[in-house]
Design a binder for this molecule. Sequence first.
Ligand code: GLY
Ligand code: MN
Ligand code: MN
Length: 507
Amino acid sequence: MDGVPFEEEVVTEQPAPANPEGDEPIKQRKNGLYPGLSDELAENMKTGWADTELHDLQPVEQAPNTARRRAALSARFPGERLVIPAGNLKTRSNDTEYSFRASTEYVHLTGDRTQDGILVLEPTAAGHEATLYLLPRSDRENGEFWLDGQGELWVGRRHSLAEGEQLLGLPCKDVRTAACELEALGGPVRIVRGHDAGLEEALASSRGTSGTDADGDAAGDAERDEELRVFLSELRLVKDEFEIGQLQAAVDSTVRGFEDVVKILDKAEATSERYIEGTFFLRARVEGNDIGYGSICAAGPHATTLHWVRNDGPVRSGELLLLDAGVETHTLYTADVTRTLPVNGRFTELQRKIYDAVYEAQEAGIAAVKPGAKYRDFHDAAQRVLAGKLVEWGLVEGPVERVLELGLQRRWTLHGTGHMLGLDVHDCAVARTETYVEGTLEPGMCLTVEPGLYFQADDLTVPEEFRGIGVRIEDDILVTEGGNRNLSAALPRAADDVESWMARLKS
Ligand code: GLY
Ligand code: MN
Ligand code: MN
């Protein structure tokens, strides 16, 4: 995979050609191993390439939606320059990089998903003018396209800036000029932090607040930047029709991924949880962009570890498999679904008792999802059911009211009952408490309802037979005008339905 473009005899060592856009030589491949590069070859590689410019491209489907979001952003921050970066590649080791995933804020506002992009909203008398700074096609004249590690010869063709304009409905400029232009402009600016350290540094110096030396107002800048991030998080609370369609597509692929897993449980028994992880990943990569988060493939007692992503344990008949996984679509919306399945297709009596309790709690939680309800209602409803079961089973002393007041059920329920879902699995995570956790549900919000009971293998306060059992059931619920819609209803939840569904798939 790696190496040099051509195997040939070395002529003389030459520096990489200069970039005509600036003084810097083009970025060399990180391994620095150029063969000797003859003038003849350098000249030869400049020409003889067809013009592949694409014309008459149709805008991406979500272009009108991204324009509406930018208009809302513009209205919130009049007179201020706003900078929303996609982020950059991160090195995995030496000259290999992690696969790139653009920042959620950038994707939501542009529909673009490519590395290094920067959306800039420049204030005007009428509001803001939006410009998208992107990596253009690789230059052939200076050799970039075949000598740079991110040259198109290595990583594939990119859209030209003109193509980007057609697709995204935004004027596009070369991103390599962005930092200089923004530095030169000065004036009030806000940037979404955490995605593009180089750009943040460039802006800090133009703001006069670089490093820790607060000649300007570094703390004030940080606060203003955070206001931008919070606003964009809240802008995603209510999903539009395009987003709902994407979430449904993500869930539909996820359903197929769960079916794939049931069909190969015998192979997982012969190997490990990794077989499950790999099977689901195949579906995610073939139908979508990726998995939306690390798949939790937790068999037996691993189900009691909330974020079990090592997935290297055995899968045994007679035990439960907790599978928490979601496909991310090409537009980067993700599902987040959990089913807890008996590996051999039949729940034991005790497994079913615990499963039914979680199912009942989930039913109560889902019933509490409706417009006008407080966000916390579904959590409270589910927790009340689970606390009641724990009291009934003699694991904690009642009454239920006391248990809830003291939060004693949490030894076994462990986590909140759900969260917003969208481009991020834990979407809208920096929305203010008053708009999210203490807010009110509205049509278009999409959230998970995912109660669970987890009895750790070393929990001496529960009967021995409970130890090592973990159950979670998680569905993706859309708030509608009339109540809610379970986007993941195609996956059975009731214990009997799970058993007959598994029997059908395994036969
Ligand atoms: N998959 C992580 C969660 O359910 O929140
Ligand atoms: Mn979840
Ligand atoms: Mn989950």
